[in-house]
Design a binder for this molecule. Structure first.
Ligand code: CUA
Length: 330
């Protein structure tokens, strides 16, 4: 009938929303695969138990008093109410515990420090050991922002922290969530099994622009990963440019650094290779000159709650020149 057709359509629509670069049902990493298999087993078990319980309840409404002895009722309670749940829960516990050592085994790939900050992600490659509480990432780390490259089929260790409030780092196709907490470092292993670009998001409410605190994870071959990190380590290839002069004159360098220039601010994202990234403003907009200009002029309009002040008072021509220069930093 019409109702069942409508509900079927709704289910199809809901399931189709579960595909794409940010779905836990479209896994591309070891931990996410384990979690998904756990989900299906729990779902199947819950459905089976539901059917049995409803079946027994239904039967109970049909049974006549005195049809069963007290003993058979007691047997049902002992087996169905005590032994069966104990066995099922013990089985699930055992299965879950068995999974832990495999998921927690040490990384064999790179270590990358990631700091969740209102409302973007500070990244440092080539971090060794424990970076402690990350406000200024350790010397020697190669800074970037909002786009994390990792090698396929390796266990990359992500060291998570925050200087302000609690954020949560989540790349649904690759692994579960892990909080980024001020004053401590949490570890998360990403072990992707497929190449591709995956969306990540902040999964802990952290303020007005929480919903626009995204990032990208780019999974590449090991050779590509090493070439990328080498390129990111280089200072920007900057010639003298009116854009750079305006960037310095208008105080952009108080918050942003561009290695290879005098700009060495540490408050906002490092912009050394801004144009090599897919997005600006933590996954908000594609990294084009037009979007950079629009964001400089009116960041709060595009991303309400953002901490960067608006520079709309600057003449359009100056903003365009700054954006052109930033858009050339590959
Ligand atoms: Cu950061 Cu929500």
């Amino acid at each position: 009938n019409r109702h069942s057709v409508a509900s079927m359509l709704l289910i199809v629509l809901l399931l189709s929303a579960c595909e794409g670069p940010q779905s836990t049902f479209d896994t591309a990493g070891v931990e996410a695969e384990r979690v998904l298999s756990l989900f299906w087993i729990m779902l199947a078990g819950a459905v089976a138990i539901w059917i049995v319980v409803i079946g027994i309840s239904y039967y109970a409404t049909k049974a006549t008093p005195g049809q069963h002895s007290e003993k058979s009722g007691l047997r049902l309670i002992i087996w169905g109410g005590c032994i069966f749940p104990t066995v099922v829960l013990a089985g699930l516990l055992f299965w879950g515990l068995k999974m832990m050592p495999e998921l927690r085994r040490p990384a064999d790939g790179p270590t990358i420090a990631v700091s969740g900050e209102r409302f973007w992600w500070r990244i440092a490659y080539g971090v060794e050991g424990d970076p402690g509480v990350v406000r200024n990432l350790p010397q020697g780390g190669i800074p970037s922002a909002n786009e994390i490259w990792i090698p396929v089929d390796q266990r990359t260790e992500i060291l998570l922290s925050s200087p302000d409030v609690i954020h949560s780092f989540w790349v649904p196709p690759l692994a579960g969530k892990m909080d980024a907490i001020p004053g401590r470092v949490n570890r998360l292993i990403l072990e992707p099994t497929e190449l591709g670009v995956f969306n990540g998001a902040c999964a802990e409410f952290c303020g007005t622009a929480h919903a626009q605190m995204e990032f990208r994870v780019v999974v590449v071959t090991n050779a590509d990963f090493e070439a990328y990190v080498r390129a990111q380590a280089e200072p920007a290839a900057v010639a003298d440019s009116p854009g750079l002069d305006l960037f310095m004159q208008n105080g952009c360098a108080a918050c942003h650094s561009v290695r290879g220039t005098p700009a060495d601010g540490d408050v906002g994202p490092d912009l050394t290779h801004l144009a090599s990234r897919r997005t600006i403003a933590a996954g908000l907009l594609p990294a084009t000159e037009e979007n950079i200009a629009a964001f400089i002029a009116s960041p709060d309009h595009l991303k309400p709650g953002v901490e960067m002040p608006a520079f709309g008072v600057l003449p359009d021509g100056e903003i365009a020149r700054i954006a052109k220069w930033l858009g050339s930093l590959e």
